[in-house]
Design a binder for this molecule. Structure first.
Ligand code: UDX
Length: 440
């Protein structure tokens, strides 16, 4: 029986594409996921998530195995023919100068155009990848029209529907968003996308494709700037003998500020904040309006991870000493090492002659690839054994609940808390020299 619900194609099964596809299928929409990696396609069709994301395995079991609503394929023609809307969820990495690299997107637009040239029924192409303002209505529309010989709006729909998914929380962010933003070239394209979200009880904003693209960049850049701001306040507070935690508490109770994304630490990592701020900053320079704020946000974030190295350096000579990094992933609840602060920290410690060990509860293979030249430990105990110093880098629950007796096998007694989650008094009373970033 053909479903009355519109059929959805997802191109790219990274954490945005696969989470979006699974969540759309969970809403009852038939979903076809396209990828170019056979192993990924096979895993998805066995309901085995190729990425680490809370709840994704259960959701794939439901929509792949039980309801047969989602399947993956290597075949682009099949994907487009069996979909009414096609979401582009491909990576948009950074160039050396920080500007956006659109090669995956432009190649895909050509390929989709080639398929559209061979079919008559109306499809709506929806960009979900993070692309700089003007991309959807510019190069993407141009390539779709050129390679299909058809007209956007007349022969196919075109929209931009940004994602606001946080790794580790991506499913709940998709199913219960603060808002849905839909940029569209015309009413038909808007309605095609809006119908997918009609069961959502959040604001559905209709705008232009360029404004939708800017909403994504401006949102991520604001959050990143908020983090760099509180990190600078932490660095100043530390010198003045003030605990930035107290400052953030007093700021966060102002509803205009809110306490979210106001946790000082060793800075932001991940596949989005660094890349998106760099891309928007590059756009600002390209149009001759260089953003001082974005430049400062990036500069602060570049030096912030190294503050924990400086804190150790101020206490002991690092050469020949063993330093254990607790946590390597860019944040808890993920194995993602992209732009993780641990990478810069490990590199700086090694440049000062330290022996570096690292342990992360989840990021193991990914960490060994990202930081190959440190000693990777399989447990907390193995990491702290014979360590002169431990540095808390990622605030996993396992480390938030750290107790002094777990550190008995350390050879030294220095603790540096880069994520401000340890109790200073507890470890001081146990004879440790503990320093917490942003606290004197
Ligand atoms: C982010 C955005 O939140 C999300 O909306 C967007 O779609 C993708 O990028 P993500 O990168 O998964 O999501 O992680 P997030 O939880 O936002 O944290 C990003 C970085 O900021 C992490 O390195 C985290 O440690 C750091 N951070 C976050 C802080 O240093 N302080 C905070 O208060 C919050």
């Amino acid at each position: 029986m053909s479903s009355s619900k519109p059929r959805i194609g997802i191109i790219g099964t990274g954490y945005v594409g696969l989470v979006s596809g699974a969540c759309f299928a969970n809403l009852g929409f038939p979903v076809t996921c396209l990828d170019v990696v056979p192993d990924k396609v096979e895993k998805i069709n066995r309901a085995e998530p190729p990425i680490f994301e809370n709840g994704l395995d259960a959701m794939l079991t439901k929509v792949v195995r039980e309801e047969n609503l989602l399947h993956a394929t290597l075949d682009r023609v099949e994907t487009i023919n069996s979909s009414d809307l096609i979401f582009i969820c491909l990576p948009t990495p950074s160039e050396e100068d920080g500007s956006i690299n659109l090669r995956f997107i432009t190649e895909e637009a050509k390929e989709i155009g080639r398929v559209l040239a061979t079919i008559d029924d109306f499809k709506t192409i929806v960009v979900k990848s993070t692309v700089v303002p003007g991309t959807t209505s510019g190069v993407i529309k141009d390539l779709l029209e050129e390679y299909s010989g058809k007209k956007a709006g007349l022969d196919f729909g075109l929209a931009m529907n940004p994602e606001f998914l946080m790794e580790g929380l991506a499913i709940s962010n998709f199913t219960d968003p603060d808002r849905v933003v839909i940029g569209a070239i015309d009413d038909r394209s808007f309605q095609a996308v809006a119908q997918l979200y009609e069961s959502f009880d959040c604001p559905i904003q209709r705008t232009t494709t360029s404004a939708a693209e800017m909403i994504k960049y401006a949102s991520n850049s604001f959050l990143a700037t908020k983090i760099s701001f509180i990190n600078e306040i932490a660095n100043i507070s530390e010198q003045l003998g003030i605990d930035v935690g107290q400052v953030a508490e007093g700021m966060g109770t102002d509803s205009r500020i809110s306490s979210r994304f106001l946790r000082a630490g060793i800075g932001f990592g991940g596949s989005c904040f660094p890349k998106d701020v760099k891309a928007l900053y590059a756009v600002s320079k390209a149009i001759g309006h260089e953003s001082n704020i974005l430049k400062a946000t990036l500069q602060t974030n570049k030096t912030q991870p190294l503050r924990v190295v400086q804190m150790v350096n101020d206490m002991i000579e690092l050469k020949g000493k063993t330093v254990a990094l607790l946590g390597l992933a860019f944040k808890p609840e993920t194995d993602d090492m992209r732009e993780a602060p641990s990478i810069a920290i490990a590199s700086s410690l090694k440049s000062k002659g330290a022996i570096v060990k690292g342990y992360d509860p989840i990021a193991k293979e990914t960490a060994e690839i990202a930081i190959p030249d440190i000693i990777h430990c399989q447990s907390l105990q193995m990491a702290v054994e014979d360590a002169d110093v431990i540095i808390l880098v990622t605030e996993w629950d396992e480390f938030k609940n750290l107790q002094p007796k777990q550190l008995e096998k350390m050879s030294g007694n220095i603790i540096i808390d880069g994520r401000r989650v340890l109790n200073k008094e507890l470890f001081s009373n146990a004879g440790f020299k503990i320093k917490i970033l942003g606290q004197n």
